[in-house]
Design a protein around this ligand. Structure first.
Ligand code: FAD
Length: 423
């Protein structure tokens, strides 16, 4: 006799993607188990949300608890290059876009979402690591280890959502990894206290400061008085520098005038961590009874803070499709899931590539700006990359090229082209 199903859906990982999918499917009445190998609160990088997150959290019934937590409100993104400065105000994007979002210490935010999902009915198990998954016609058997007790057990399930982030459980088990879409870069970061923040509504803005030699720096202020500060640059460039990671990072901060001014009286209050080679791509986003969600699928680059937004976007879409599939409705996963998510990632990819080629600076720092152009870009920077009424979504590459050309034709002839930001 075939073994009975233990859970309709098994989710691997309780980051934002796993928690949102778990809350949504549990509220829909499904039996859902989520295995999380760590214990929360745990450290993870990725603290600056985009306004699109608020809409997705709202749909999943998670926004109220996030709003009640008192996180720093983020109303804009500021790009700085020496004396040049451009602020994108999310309140000036397209009609219907949310005007603000949050800067969130991720240990707290992820724990909040996970516990909310548990309140919604999710069977959430911390300290349980997924080691293997055997697929068959009826679904899958998920092989798990209870880490504390060192006890293996398994769960029979109808559908697996892999939300394991950089754990990349199914990409590894099913040989789905592809060459990374972007060159290898390194990111180092820490937290400080005592930075000189702008006042009023501007306090919560993210700052993205272009380093004069290589790469860029982020400054993300929290409401608890701490500020996340980090740098992204070419791996080779980082390796050529001498000293500890912390001393290299502080030296780079000192070399960029906007960062140096802001951090004059700041003191580091956290460990310095580095991550390298985080850009990832997979061959497929779904199979017969599985889907990859969030960072377990593709991850590009942190420059536009798109990671959590894409994690929530894919979790929202995937959980709706799983629910339909479990009801016996036909789902065209290739069109309804893979294509949609790939389109969303593709828009950010065009922007990320243009950023490192430094084409985007031409547009961002243009002295003459067309108001509509700015609204369209702000909407993308707000994470609304599936809005069909934004020409930058429909065909990002050529729309961006047109913008760049339009701006160049308005520009003073003396402004010389800069070398690429690294490779
Ligand atoms: P995660 O948050 O990584 O969660 C995955 C979970 O799965 C983890 O808790 C892990 O313990 C668990 N897991 C892994 N393997 C297993 C297993 N075998 N069994 C059980 N559980 C498992 N994004 C932003 O939106 N804004 C930013 O400002 C930003 N900055 C970034 C800066 C850097 C340097 C980098 C590298 C990324 C940044 N990101 C940012 C991206 C962001 O970190 C991720 O996109 C986001 O965390 C993805 O969420 P997720 O739920 O898919 O995965």
């Amino acid at each position: 006799m075939a073994r009975a199903t233990d859970a309709d859906v098994t989710i691997i990982g309780a980051g934002p993607a796993g928690s949102l999918a778990g809350a949504t499917l549990s509220r829909a009445g499904r039996s859902v188990v989520c295995l999380e190998r760590g214990h929360f609160p745990r450290h993870v990088i990725g603290e600056s949300l985009l306004p699109r997150c608020n809409a997705l959290l709202d749909t999943a019934g998670l926004l109220r608890s996030v709003e009640a937590r008192g996180y720093m409100i983020k109303r804009g993104a500021v790009f700085l290059r020496g004396e040049d400065r451009e602020r994108f105000d999310f309140g000036e994007a397209l009609p219907g876009d949310r005007p603000s979002t949050f800067q969130v210490p991720r240990d707290d935010f992820d724990q909040l979402l996970a516990l909310e999902a548990r309140r919604a009915g999710l069977d959430l198990r911390f300290g349980h690591s997924v080691e293997a998954v055997d697929f068959d016609r009826g679904g899958a058997v998920v092989r798990i280890r209870d880490v504390e007790e060192d006890r293996p057990y398994d769960i029979r399930t109808r559908f697996v959502l892999d939300c394991s982030g950089f754990g990349r459980v199914l990409p590894r088990l099913l040989d789905l990894e592809q060459p990374a879409p972007l060159p290898r870069r390194v990111s180092c970061f820490t937290q400080v206290e005592g930075d000189a923040r702008p006042e009023g509504d501007l306090e919560g803005d993210i700052w993205i400061c272009i380093h004069p030699v290589n790469g860029w720096i982020w400054i993300i202020p929290f409401s608890n008085g701490r500020t996340s500060v980090g740098m992204v640059c070419d791996s080779e460039h980082w390796e050529q520098m001498e000293g500890s990671n912390r001393s290299r990072l502080l030296r780079r901060f000192g070399e960029e005038p906007n960062t140096a001014r802001r951090l004059t009286n700041a003191v580091p209050v956290a460990q310095t961590r580095c991550i390298e080679g985080y850009s990832r791509q997979v061959k497929a986003l779904h199979g017969d009874s599985w889907a990859l969600v969030g960072n377990a699928s593709d991850f590009l680059d942190p420059v536009f803070s798109s990671g959590v937004t894409l994690a929530l976007e894919s979790a929202t879409l995937a959980s709706g499709l799983v629910e339909r599939a479990l009801r016996g409705e036909g789902v065209r996963w290739d069109l309804e899931y893979d294509r949609t998510i790939r389109n969303a990632v593709g828009v950010f990819l065009v922007f990320v590539e243009a950023w490192y080629r430094r084409d985007l600076e031409t547009v961002f720092f243009a002295s003459t700006k067309l108001p509509r152009m700015k609204r369209l870009i702000t909407s993308i920077l707000g994470g609304h990359v599936l809005r069909q009424d934004n020409p930058l979504v429909d065909d990002a590459r050529s729309a961006l090229r047109d913008l760049s050309e339009a701006v160049s034709s308005l520009r003073a002839p003396s402004s010389a082209r800069r070398p690429e930001m690294g490779r």
